[in-house]
Design a protein around this ligand. Structure first.
Ligand SMILES: [Zn+2]
Length: 167
């Protein structure tokens, strides 16, 4: 008789997790989810709808984003180091560092602006506030909405198939 091993799929990266050995898990809307890493758990917590919605993330087309992030402090070596760290993030396509800015391209399905900002901030960069701070907050709100809509396409959602004609 074989001993059954219960596995659960990490909803973020798809990895099979052996439940008995799992140390990272959370309950969301009555369902228990297991994760391979703190990174996947964090991604899930940011936007659970993306991983539990009717639409799986794998079925969604890439959602490329390109943001020019303006910096309040301009230490050259800090900017270079932060640029490399951001460039290593899952979902980040490219990073171009400038005198007082980071130009970042990423796939919204895999990372979001607030995570990119967190990595840069951990490398002691500070972002410009004022109007730029306002824009960044708007971008983050828009990203959350866009991901919610991608996870739960409603009847009003844009569709590339012609409407089905009944009779
Ligand atoms: Zn994972």
């Amino acid at each position: 008789m074989t001993k059954a091993v219960t596995t659960s799929r990490d909803p973020v990266c798809g990895m099979a997790i052996e439940v008995a050995r799992s140390s990272r898990f959370i309950t969301y809307r009555g369902m228990l989810y297991h994760f391979c890493s703190a990174h996947c758990l964090e991604r899930f917590n940011d936007i659970p709808a993306l991983y539990t919605g009717s639409q799986r993330i794998a079925d969604i087309l890439p959602i490329p984003k390109r943001r020019k992030l303006r910096l309040a402090n301009g230490n050259e070596s800090d900017i270079q180091r932060a640029g490399r760290r951001v460039g290593e993030m899952i979902g980040v396509i490219s990073v171009i560092t400038g005198k007082n800015q980071l130009l970042v391209e990423y796939d919204l399905r895999k990372t979001i602006l607030s995570q990119i900002e967190a990595v840069a901030t951990a490398e002691s960069l500070r972002f410009k506030d004022g109007f730029h701070g306002f824009r960044r907050r708007l971008w983050k709100l828009a990203e959350a909405n866009e991901l919610e809509n991608a996870a739960h396409p409603g009847p009003g959602a844009c569709c590339n198939r012609p409407p089905v004609r009944l009779r």
